[in-house]
Design a protein around this ligand. Structure first.
Ligand SMILES: [Zn+2]
Length: 372
């Protein structure tokens, strides 16, 4: 992966290139970026640049023998580690799956990764056997490049077993580089954190995401804007939202709200459960969309939202704003967030939907007769 293949982040790319060319590459670096921020692709492009045989001042060549192997993640001096399922396995057992998943979506989320190996409801980790595997691999000399590189995606999945890597990270064998790519540094063993230098990757600006969706024809005018606004700087989420927004998510959401308002919370349950068959990411998108509608309803009387919402949505949000007071909005907002949290932790979809529907029913004012 070349730097040019990654959206934006121009100043970070410059910093990484300068570091690669300085001759003093820090041997253990923590790349910190929230989901959908391109942290992992940047680490890959950085490693590819370091190994490139024909690099320029601003990118790897993409065509030398090293880049060709990097492009397929099969370079013998590139070692990849990531969360997976099982205590007797190592990343070597999953490497084909990981290559395929990353190459088809370099900004995949952890949820996308588990979905790609049909393990959405299983507990992933980076186990002790994998840690020992890393120690063994890095004891070898580089085969083709000046450096061996270990890119570990989501070191937050290292349990205390990760402590066996401390010595290696602190005093690595010659010509060894560690790039740890995390979404949440607070979840990483402090003993590891203290041994690394940080590279912080900010979330993408909304405008940059909107432009990306438009340029790649992933969504047109209003939809691109909406998906970008709802994505909170997560490019992966924005692409999915753009896709979802093309679908009749709005109709399902409106029907759900109406049924909750009328107290018929079981009426739409089958339809909602059918929707979840598309995967739990779709359900999270529906809840995120709910939060977006709720926020818009709260802003409706104070802001002109016509550039941010479709005509249908605007009408719906206007009615919703008459039904929900501030306290109720807070309850509903918490309900959606709790549901997203529980979905991530593999809670029962049915129970989550019932609880959320009850919260909605109790907080949508029943005294107003007007239909939503
Ligand atoms: Zn090259």
């Amino acid at each position: 992966m070349k730097f040019a293949d990654i959206l934006g982040h121009s100043s970070i790319k410059k910093t990484l290139i300068n570091s690669a060319n300085s001759g003093r590459i820090p041997h253990a670096q923590m790349v910190i970026g929230s989901e959908g921020s391109s942290a992992l692709p940047l680490a890959m492009a950085y490693a590819q640049y370091i190994a490139c045989l024909n690099k320029t001042d601003d990118d790897s060549c993409g065509t030398c023998s090293s880049c060709v192997k990097y492009n397929q993640l099969i370079h013998p001096d590139l070692h990849l580690s990531f969360p997976f399922i099982g205590s007797n396995e190592t990343c070597d057992d999953y490497i084909q799956d990981f290559r395929k998943a990353f190459l088809s979506n370099p900004i995949m989320s952890f949820g996308d990764w588990l979905q790609s190996i049909d393990s959405e409801n299983k507990r992933a980790n980076i186990n002790i056997k994998e840690c020992r595997n890393i120690i063994r691999k890095l004891a070898l000399k580089p085969y083709e490049s000046d450096y061996k590189v270990l890119i570990m995606w989501l070191p937050e999945f290292l349990g205390k077993e990760g402590n066996v890597l401390l010595k290696l990270i602190e005093e690595p064998p010659a010509n060894t580089l560690f790039f740890l790519v995390t979404e949440n540094q607070d979840l990483i063993l402090s003993t590891i954190i203290s041994r690394t230098q940080f590279i912080k990757i900010p979330a993408y600006p909304i405008e940059e995401i909107e432009q990306f969706l438009l340029n790649n024809q992933l969504a047109g005018g209003d939809l691109a804007r909406n998906a970008a606004l709802m994505s909170e700087g997560n490019l992966n989420k924005a692409i999915k939202l753009a896709n979802e927004l093309e679908n009749p998510q709005f109709e399902l959401f409106r029907a759900w709200m109406l049924d909750c308002y009328l107290g018929q919370i079981y009426k739409i349950m089958d339809e909602l459960e059918n929707y979840t068959e598309k995967g739990k990411e779709s359900l999270k998108m529906l809840f995120t969309y709910g939060i977006h509608m709720l926020r818009s309803a709260m802003l409706f009387k104070h802001q002109d939202l016509s550039s941010k919402l479709s005509a249908q949505e605007l009408e719906f949000v206007g009615k919703l704003s008459n039904l929900i007071g501030l306290d109720a909005a807070k309850e509903i907002y918490d309900g959606f967030n709790k549901a997203i949290f529980e979905i991530d932790r593999n809670g029962s979809v049915k129970l989550i939907l019932i609880n959320l529907s009850l919260t909605l029913k109790n907080n949508l004012k029943s005294k107003t007769v007007q239909k939503v």
